[in-house]
Design a binder for this molecule. Structure first.
Ligand code: FE2
Length: 373
């Protein structure tokens, strides 16, 4: 095939910006990748240690690269262009997997002047574009509120199964949040519950929580959400040393009852290898004593209090009242949830379950492929 020389020159220039070993490793030819599933057929040690590029040609929508030691590499040009755009310095450069603050829209209560955004369950089920918006909202804002979900026990599982799988825990497939006689958790009383993330004593922690309201006739029992990433970012801005202490101190969490001894030791603010906020664990009920030096403890407590004070700021807290049929889906490694105390009348009943963000992100990406096809 005859390709104009200028195009080949342009291609050579673009490919030269990738090291030869990168090109060799990312070859798309049928010897290198199984065309049925796009998976790689070799490991890094199967490759020559120091390959070099002898020449570049174009073949329709593909770049062809000749290597020494001999190999004929193939690269779809649209694949290459997408990677170039997302590369450091490229127009769409953004490293990461959308789990860190870089992939989020951080918020405070005033960002929702009209109250928490919500979607009717019937629309969510009927319209893939609506469903896509809801899943994107969990990824970007950390929550979605579905309304008019049937007030039928067990329906919370159906909601979870629209985007993933229920994560069964020691609390069962579903847990009932209502007053019980012998509560193994303060959640199952009518007491106030301050902003927290659930199950910090698990590793991996369930990354999504669902709460489906079946009844809320009690006095009180209003809900609150706080964007833990926004709070952590504020802490980093106002007290960088406190942020560093919390990101660098493993904190033990524990849950124990007759059948369970769960323990995990993780920082209150988890950061990724680039230092970006990726996870918040905050739960005063299950936090265990830290056994550090006195100096470290004094430093930790000052930082812990400072973070808690940020989390308690009213301007960060989005407040609303769950009505029967409401189902809240939220990111449990980012948002903190809370409720006010309520009258111990048995008039409040939520059913909850856990699920995970990776499945929700997958469902969103697959749906996006379908909706935009
Ligand atoms: Fe909770």
């Amino acid at each position: 095939m005859n390709v104009p020389l200028t195009e080949v020159r342009d291609l050579s220039g673009r490919l030269a910006r990738w090291p030869a070993i990168w090109l060799r490793d990312n070859c798309h030819c049928v010897d290198c990748r199984d065309p049925r599933n796009d998976q790689k057929l070799f490991g890094i040690t199967d490759l020559p240690r120091d390959p070099s590029v002898l020449g570049v040609t174009a073949d329709g929508g593909r770049a062809i690269v000749e290597f020494d030691p001999p190999h004929r590499g193939e690269y779809p040009l649209d694949w290459l262009a997408a990677l170039e755009a997302g590369r450091d310095g490229g127009p769409g450069a953004r490293r990461g997997d959308d789990r860190t603050e870089a992939g989020k829209r951080l918020w405070r209560a005033a960002d929702f002047a009209g109250g928490a955004p919500s979607t009717r369950w019937a629309d969510y089920l009927a319209d893939p574009a609506v469903r896509l918006r809801c899943l994107a909202s969990v990824r970007e804002l950390g929550f979605a509120l579905l309304r008019e979900v049937p007030v039928v026990e067990g329906t919370v599982v159906e909601v979870a199964e629209t985007f993933g799988y229920v994560r069964r825990t020691n609390y069962g497939e579903i847990f009932d949040v209502r007053v019980v006689a012998e509560p193994n958790n303060l959640a199952f009383t009518s007491q106030v519950i301050t902003p927290h993330t659930d199950n910090p004593y698990r590793d991996p922690v369930p990354t999504i929580q669902l709460l489906h309201c079946l009844a809320n006739a009690a006095e009180g029992g209003d809900s609150g959400l706080v964007d833990g990433f926004a709070a952590a970012a504020l802490l980093r801005e106002e007290a960088p040393e406190a942020f560093a202490v919390l990101a660098g101190t493993p904190v033990p969490f524990q849950f124990v009852d007759a059948a369970t001894v769960l323990r995990a030791e993780r920082p209150l603010i988890g950061v990724d290898p680039l230092g970006r906020i990726r996870e918040v664990r905050f739960n005063n009920r299950s936090m265990q004593p830290l056994a550090l030096s006195s100096a470290e403890l004094v430093e930790f407590y000052a930082a812990y209090r400072r973070f808690a004070e940020v989390l308690e700021r009213p301007e960060l807290r989005l407040e609303f009242r769950l009505a029967p049929g409401d189902c809240l889906v939220f990111d449990n490694v980012r948002l903190l949830h809370a409720r006010s105390a309520y009258s111990d009348s048995g008039g409040r009943h939520l059913q909850g379950c856990y699920a995970d963000l990776d499945s929700l992100y997958s469902a969103e990406a697959a749906l996006r492929r379908r909706v935009t096809a």
